[in-house]
Ligand binder design. Structure first.
Ligand SMILES: O=C([C@H](O)CO)[C@H](O)[C@H](O)COP(=O)(O)O
Length: 208
């Protein structure tokens, strides 16, 4: 089980310093969507350069132009790029072709997918690598969390690896670990913690 640290809100230099502090507890470093919007692929390139031993994920949340946009992430050194599960199947197939051409992985973010079981089946038919259950920041603010969607995912996914994101922290980690996803994604709980190293360590320790 891998811990993915989502870096969403920091300027590049602050994010590099921050990641350096918590890196020993982290397996995948995510260049989050707001970060990518702010810095573009420079963020991906710099993290790949400074953290050659970590896998880098570019959270592009692709919605169109699957091959081209995923290629940007892989060219910059990302091991993973993300695409939205609500995208057209042709877009997902294009991004998956890019993943195969670059020998990297494609993560489908299932945020806002209404019929999870049927979309999971379609994504597995297309052959995507990883399916991510995700309760977004705005839904979190309305009191929602991803545990029920994760249960649906674990009951329905047959081949794809599973990731989960959405406000997970050291107090809630155990119930997510119990469902055995391959990747647990944590952003604000570590990024906003008084002691980010202790929070990252507590989360990673719960996964061991
Ligand atoms: O993907 C994310 C969100 O859409 C902002 O881009 C976050 O990186 C992801 O949800 C993890 O962050 P937390 O929910 O704060 O743990």
């Amino acid at each position: 089980m891998k811990l993915q640290l989502a870096l969403d809100e920091m300027p590049l230099v602050d994010a590099l310093r921050f990641a350096d502090k918590v890196a020993e507890h982290v397996d995948i470093i995510e260049i989050g969507t707001p970060f990518v919007m702010d810095e573009g692929m420079r963020g991906v390139r710099e993290f790949h350069r400074f953290f050659p031993d970590k896998e880098i994920l570019a959270d592009l949340k692709i919605m169109d132009g699957g091959y081209l946009e995923a290629s940007y992430a892989y060219e910059a050194g990302a091991a993973y790029a993300t695409i939205l599960g609500v995208s057209d199947n042709l877009t997902i197939e294009g991004a998956l072709k890019a993943a195969r051409d670059y020998e990297r992985k494609l993560v489908v973010d299932m945020i806002c997918v209404e019929d999870l079981p049927s979309r999971i089946a379609k994504m597995e038919e297309i052959g995507v690598d990883i399916l991510a259950v995700h309760t977004g920041a705005d839904q979190q603010a309305a009191g929602r969390e991803p545990i029920e969607d994760l249960k649906v995912m674990t009951e329905n996914a047959k081949k794809a690896q599973i990731a989960v994101a959405g406000g997970i922290n050291s107090k809630t980690i155990d119930k997510y670990v119990a469902l055995k996803p391959e990747i647990i994604i944590v952003g604000s709980a570590i990024g906003h913690a008084d002691d980010p190293v202790a929070e990252a360590k507590a989360i990673k320790d719960a996964m061991l």
